[in-house]
Design a protein around this ligand. Sequence first.
Ligand code: NAD
Length: 330
Amino acid sequence: MTVLVTGGAGYIGSHVVRLLAERGTPCVVVDDLSTGDAARVDGAALLRLDVAQSDAVPELAETMSSHGIRAVIHFAAKKRVDESVMRPAWYYQQNVSGLANVVMAMERSGADRLVFSSSAAVYGEPADGLVPESAPALPVNPYGTTKLVGEWLVRDAVVAGVLRGALALRYFNVAGAGWDDLGDPAVLNLVTMVLERLEEGRPPLVFGTDYPTADGSCVRDFVHVLDLARAHVAALDHLADETVSGFDVLNVGTGRGASVLEVVTTLTRLAGSDQAPVVRPRRPGDPAAVVAAAGRIGDVLGWRSEAELDRTLESAVTAWRHARGGGAPG
Ligand SMILES: NC(=O)c1ccc[n+]([C@@H]2O[C@H](COP(=O)([O-])OP(=O)(O)OC[C@H]3O[C@@H](n4cnc5c(N)ncnc54)[C@H](O)[C@@H]3O)[C@@H](O)[C@H]2O)c1
């Protein structure tokens, strides 16, 4: 049965679209291509539409009806924390109104199951250590708040019976590529920021080496984007069971911490560079360690992360080179 994927032309969405295509599940992609690229979903039906625009619902509902859509994965959103601080209303419009339009179109067309892209940003600055889904949701920027409000919206739609079943997946740090042509095009996270600096012949930066961690740098949870994509497929399969109903929130992470220094030195080695990292003072608001408690998703979906850190980072380097015609980042 065809699945509708909003934001399917983006970094994560295109991995899910390709995984689904490989197993014979067709997708309709709805994307305004604001940060996505149509070449990433070559072969899938693509409707170019801003899901947040005020008149999006009829076109979305018509697309869902005409393709017999029952299940939707909603990736479409803006994800820049800095931008969300500068333009909060626009972030609410893009991320919350966009989701509201999608849910309204589902209501009109009878599509009744939804997988929603949430984020570990909903936890804000959690207490150090493993973060379970039950940890307080206290986002510290508008981006994180839009994801939390999104979760509430989806939960309320389930309570109202508009949706039969829905899952919010809270991703931790996403990295790597499942295919060389599907690397992360945005330089917004540690991995791509390090690769960009190495490519420019500049040393990677490490913010703070005086944290109470093994090597003094921050510890995060890096999940391979292909593992994350498999979690979405598992979520779809779970919701396809007509006996399943309700709303749930699941962390998607490895459950293992990797230090910033470890990531930086591994990337530098993989990129064939000899740049030594430069240490800068701590950035405000960076907790020492944020790692997913990743057991629940195993219990509910039977999913667990497979890739080791090295393989995740190696795939990021290979895809980075691929996007630049084969040149070495270092
Ligand atoms: N990348 C991460 O580390 C990360 C972590 C946590 C959560 N997320 C969430 O996962 C989702 C996908 O992230 P990504 O990394 O693939 O980002 P991305 O920017 O590569 O993908 C987003 C896609 O949505 C499309 N889009 C954005 N606004 C739209 C709109 N109003 N209408 C239609 N299409 C629109 C973009 O063109 C793009 O194709 C987002 O919801 C993001 O908040 C990402």
